[in-house]
Design a protein around this ligand. Sequence first.
Ligand code: ATP
Length: 367
Amino acid sequence: ATNPASTDGRGAVVLSGITKLYGDQVAVDDLSLTVQPGEFISLLGPSGCGKTTTLRMIAGFEHPDAGDIRVSGKSVLNAPPYRRDVNTVFQAYALFPHLSVAENVAYGLQQRRTPKAEIRDKVTQALDLVQMHRFGDRKPTQLSGGQQQRIALARALVNQPSVLLLDEPLGALDRQLREEMQLELKLLQARLGITFIFVTHDQGEALSMSDRIAIMRAGRIEQLADADTVYARPASAYVAAFVGQQNFFRGRIEESGAAIASPHALVRAAKATLTGTGQGEAAVRPEYIRIAADDPTETTDANTARGELIGVSHLGDTMQYLVRLGDEQSLIVRRPTPDAPALQVGDPVLCTWAAHHVLLFPADDAA
Ligand code: ATP
């Protein structure tokens, strides 16, 4: 992916400073993004951050007010959707109910007056790809939701686009099916080498599937990186809060930018990364916090907090504890079930964590 010759090759998508306004509402704000050929990239963010609008501009359903969009090395701004080397799969798969599965998949090719024998071969191949070759004669209503979504995928893949745009394609499926389809989609993408641009508001989905994740906020990209980086080194409190679970401590910046003095704990990082003496935030993930019955003779230092256990939940492989430190502050703690301490709701507990697991951020009131 670092080969510069390939950055604008077949399947590359380059967004340069694209902006989209709806009235005076800025849906997408001077956004730039380079997607490598064959890359699986997710646009992740809360409702209204501009994911779908970005996707619709790449597809050609919306026109940007500013900026350029290049697909496979060519600007597509003046090309209608059907002339772009991209296809889209939507959450509402919109199969034609009166047509058979095979006819649904063939539809786009027929519109383009593709020869009959070629259509037959391509439909067979596309149905094979999604393991639905035995269902060609069924009507969509005779299929499960997951099967319908596979047909929608086959329909989008049948003319072999170099880029596939997916807008929450698994959103309508129940959790187990969704997880199966995530794996299938990822394998299919790797096998075909097609560029996938995948829109989701589900951080678990983005983390498990993507080569890189673009975390969006108010029409912009806040961080673009692989799952490990986004999880371990979030660029901002916003990203830290959106990806995975996080305990935040708010307070004054102390110790020359290395610690936050919050009402219930002095939270110290391994390195000073903040400047000034204003307000800041420290974040510690639930899996990095140790929890034990409180020993009142123990004196506490930085990175410890005393509280009351107010909840214990069994999550299967992990146990989750909810600890109340004070009126406005609680902590979520997770331990692997085999090492989880036996504690009762109501117990006084002591929570501790290591400085190298503490992330510091400037206060971000908009996050
Ligand atoms: P969701 O996850 O809810 O689909 P999203 O991140 O995809 O959200 P968009 O649908 O891209 O967000 O919307 C971005 C912003 O643009 C929102 O504030 C939305 O209200 C606004 N918007 C989107 N489409 C239109 C439209 N056709 N007319 C007016 N405003 C729109």
